[in-house]
Design a protein around this ligand. Structure first.
Ligand SMILES: [Fe+2]
Length: 233
């Protein structure tokens, strides 16, 4: 029996609801992305002010989500007669705002800790990749500093191609590693620190490391390594 698209979608959604994962089958152009709340008390970060982190969340991150919803709604109106430049412009905006949403959510989720308690699997992955935790941190900080005064992200990914932890530069929201899972995300856009530190990216990076939630990094690594094994099965 051939199942029509609406029926097939309904069947998938029913299965997803049964699995408690309705988000997994959201339509592609829904315009319904929700703004996630800050996952920690904004008053309790060490060296990153409440004013800055709330502004970052409520203006920059939430703005990306709202823009993405508008872009998705516009994409839903595309017809075979829509000019190519309109389609390509909307798709470029979709990628930019989607990655901004994802990276900001991961950034906030890997903050709120005390910078201590690096998990054993994380420590092992860093040593395997860079020889020592200290060398990895030196390189990660150097990447962050290199982005100071501009924009971009410093990301520690699980690299599915290399099968290991790797640092990647992202000059903007659209240059992320093609086949990776972010483990630790550091926002280097000036809005992430200028309110507290002016142009001093180095001081912000020091503060970032004092607030890393390493348990979240360890959790992400575990999921990525499990996915890596499944992808190769
Ligand atoms: Fe940001």
């Amino acid at each position: 029996m051939v199942v029509g698209a609406p029926a097939a979608l309904a069947a998938v959604q029913q299965l997803a609801r049964a699995a408690g994962d309705a988000k997994a089958v959201a339509p592609a152009a829904a315009g319904k992305n929700a703004i996630a709340p800050l996952p920690f008390d904004p008053k309790k970060l060490n060296g990153i002010s409440e004013k800055l982190i709330v502004s970052h969340h409520d203006k920059n991150y939430a703005g990306a989500v709202k823009n993405l919803n508008q872009v998705e709604e516009a994409l839903a109106q595309i017809t075979p007669d829509t000019p190519g430049f309109t389609v390509s412009g909307l798709e470029a905006a979709k990628l930019k705002f989607t990655n901004s949403m994802i990276l900001h959510e991961m950034y906030f989720q890997n903050l709120g800790g005390d910078g201590h308690g690096v998990g054993s699997a994380t420590e092992k992955a860093l040593v395997q990749a860079y020889g020592s935790h200290a060398r990895w941190e030196e390189l990660f900080r150097a990447l962050g500093n290199s982005l100071g005064g501009g924009s971009g992200w410093a990301i520690l990914d699980w690299d599915f191609h290399a099968r290991g932890a790797r640092i990647y530069w992202a000059g903007d929201h659209t240059t992320a590693l093609a086949f990776g899972a972010p483990l630790l995300v550091m926002d280097m856009y000036e809005h992430a620190y200028a309110m507290d530190y002016g142009a001093s990216a180095k001081e912000y990076i020091d503060a970032f490391f004092k607030n890393v939630q390493w348990a979240e990094v360890e959790r992400r690594l575990g999921r990525a390594q499990t996915a890596d094994a499944v992808l190769r099965s």
